[in-house]
Ligand binder design. Structure first.
Ligand SMILES: Cc1cc2nc3c(=O)[nH]c(=O)nc-3n(C[C@H](O)[C@H](O)[C@H](O)COP(=O)(O)O)c2cc1C
Length: 181
C-alpha cells in the first residue's frame, strides 16, 4: 500500500525524523510505497475559514502544496505525522497543517475520507518520555485525524532520556511498527 509521511521537524539532526526514517525502512521492507513531505519546506497556508469545503463538499480550495498531499492521502493506507514538542505542543506548522483537515469532514461532520487509514504519531521532546503533562496534547492532535475515520496504529514518544541509538529499543519499535503497517 501507499504510505504518506509528514515530517514536522525543521532540524537535520531531528530525533522525530530519525524515528520516522526507521519506520519507513520497516514499511519498505514490508513492500509498501512511501511518500515523504517535510512541512518546513512546503508552502502551506492556514485555513481561510471560508467554509467552501463544507458548502460545496470539496477538498480544500486553497492552491498550495497541500493539494498534492490530499491527493496522496486519498490513495494511502497509512498516514504518519511527526513533530518536535515546542512549548508543550506540536509545532506551529504542524498545527496549521492539521487545521487544513477541516475539509475532510462534510457539513454533517461525517468524514469525507475512505475509512480505516492507519495513523501513526511520532513526537520528540526534551522532557522524559513518560512526562504525563504532554500526553493529552499529543492525543488531542491525533484526535483530529481520528475524527476522519482513521485508526490509530501507534504512537511513539522520544524523550530527552530515551535511548535513540540506531539499535536502541525505540528505533527498533519504529522499524517494527513500519513493518506491521
Ligand atoms: C522552541 C523550542 C521549544 C521547546 N519546548 C519544549 C517543551 O516545552 N518541552 C520539551 O520537553 N521540550 C521542548 N523543546 C525541546 C524539543 O522538543 C526537543 O529538542 C526535540 O528533540 C526536538 O525534536 P526533533 O529532534 O525532532 O527536532 C523545545 C525546543 C525548541 C527549539
Amino acid at each position: 500500500m501507499k504510505i504518506t509521511v509528514v515530517l514536522g521537524s525543521p532540524r537535520d539532526a531531528s530525533i522525530s525524523t530519525r524515528l520516522a526514517m526507521r519506520l519507513i525502512e520497516g514499511a519498505e521492507e514490508a513492500g509498501h510505497q512511501v511518500k515523504v513531505y517535510r512541512i518546513c519546506e512546503m508552502d502551506v497556508l492556514g485555513c481561510h475559514g471560508c467554509g467552501c469545503c463544507r458548502k460545496y463538499d470539496t477538498d480544500c480550495v486553497i492552491e498550495d502544496d497541500l493539494e498534492e498531499y490530499f491527493r496522496d492521502l486519498r490513495e494511502s493506507g497509512a498516514l504518519v505525522v511527526t513533530s518536535p514538542n515546542y512549548y508543550s505542543h506540536v509545532t506551529g506548522p504542524m498545527i496549521t497543517f492539521m487545521n487544513r483537515h477541516y475539509c475532510l469532514s462534510d457539513k454533517d461532520r461525517n468524514s469525507r475520507l475512505q475509512p480505516g487509514i492507519k495513523l501513526v504519531g511520532i513526537f520528540a521532546q526534551g522532557a522524559p518520555a513518560d512526562y504525563e503533562k504532554y500526553l493529552p496534547n499529543y492525543d488531542w492532535y491525533l484526535g483530529t485525524f481520528l475524527s476522519k475515520d482513521m485508526e490509530l496504529a501507534g504512537r511513539l514518544i522520544a524523550g530527552g532520556d530515551s535511548d535513540t541509538g540506531e539499535s536502541g529499543e525505540l528505533m527498533t519499535k519504529a522499524y517494527e511498527l513500519g513493518k506491521s503497517l
